[in-house]
Ligand binder design. Sequence first.
Ligand code: ADP
Length: 521
Amino acid sequence: MKSTNRIALLLGLAFLLPALFFSIYEISSLNKDEKMIQQIYEKQLDAILFSVNQYSDDILTRWISDIESNQEELSSGGKRSDKINNLLSYNPSLTQFFICDTIDQKVKLNFFSLDTSNVNLQSQIQKALTQNKNQIQQLIEYKNSGFQKVQALAYQWPDQLQCLVFITGNENQSKMVGLLINSENFIQDLVGPRLQVIARDQFVLSAFKKGITTPVYSTLQADTVSLINQALTKDLWVLPDYLLGIRTSGLSLQKIIDERTYTNLTLLILLDLILIIAVVLVFRNVKKEVQLAQNKADFVSNVSHEIRTPLALISMFAETLEMGRVKTEEKKSEYYSIISKEAHRLSGIVNKILNFSQTEANKKVLNIRSVQVSKEIKEVLLTYDFHLKNKGYEYSFTEDLTLFVEADKDAFVEVFINLLDNAIKYSSNNKRIEINTGRENDWGFISVKDQGIGISKINQKHIFDKFYRVPSGDLAKTSGTGIGLSLVKQLMESQKGKISVESELGKGSRFIIYFKLSTNF
Ligand code: ADP
């Protein structure tokens, strides 16, 4: 496996896979958590409504005990005690109550009320009792077995009236007591304050009449939120026609949960995205470093190869001369020229490497001033002329004596020679090299164009990288170190210039260097 693929796999396994598992786990546990919160919340609401019901029950129990403690005198039609008077006067929702024998419901009902003008409900109560005969019988049985139950009589009462009955006394002398209650007064006067205490700022508690959506009472003033929008509703035990509703006073729990889920999900996705970006960046950097390390290794072997050839030639011809085997002067001078040429080549390579390392370390001091482009190019071409013509190259250059650019003279020559060297090196059969100069906005440019092997689009991105050499094809056979174009790029940048390339595989390349036009010449 290629080392970069291995790194990608490792990064994926080490970071992305755990992140993926974590995200899936988190998303699924988010739902679970939310369900749990919902359940806990509902239980809590349930407990609150339960306590309200318990409270209402306690009120009734107190009333019952007040009545029971005076039951004898009440049944005998005697004078009403203060306790009963207090009971009725402090609880206006208890409009009146009656006592009768349970054996025969037709017997006279003894009514007790503060207000004598109270409507006489005798006939209605008689009807309700007859309708609820079975239930009353059951209440008697409950009572006989020791359990006193209070039950609302199912009947169409006028206004907001409700009649709750319970059995009192012992088995032989049992009586039935009926409490006539104004439901809404009961809720508003007695249950309401309790709801307020419980609600505080956190909840809104309301009471609804069954079948009607707007509340008859709510802890929130002018509350119009309907029954269906309550988080939880429960029957009001003492008044079966009514329901209790509860909801949070701010956002509803569902909304809070939704918002929380949304925030958590967004954060999770964001975290994953950051991780993916980080992994991609790490991978790209690592890939670059791996590539650089590979290029460096290639560079060492390329340099060794580049140095070995001239060294071998020098030592071979020097030895031959030393041994005095060369007889003619003509041959001797040919060998000397080979030795000098190879030594020249050698020093060229060494200089290039030194130059490169100096530029790399920013140690090269440039002296930027006005340089006449044509003059410098012509000088280089003059030294290359013999070599070029000898190797069958054709070249063209049109001078422009007016073109001056801001450059360091040595660096300018170095850059141009590198481009010319490459044009020579990478020309195949078509050995034509065109050198052009020109102006573009406030730039002066020099282009070196060959009809050589060209560079593919993908490789064009890398040719200016340190130690990079196009890895396949004929190029691999050509000698080189891979530092030429990187050096050119660095030199151009330190001269505030730039370089670009136009190339097509198999057709040739054109390298263009831009310098700032000189204004003071
Ligand atoms: P090298 O010592 O290999 O020539 P360079 O840095 O000068 O190093 O060039 C980098 C790579 O760019 C070369 O290996 C070659 O593949 C490609 N290259 C440079 N100039 C040309 C050109 N004129 N035509 C085709 N390929 C080129």
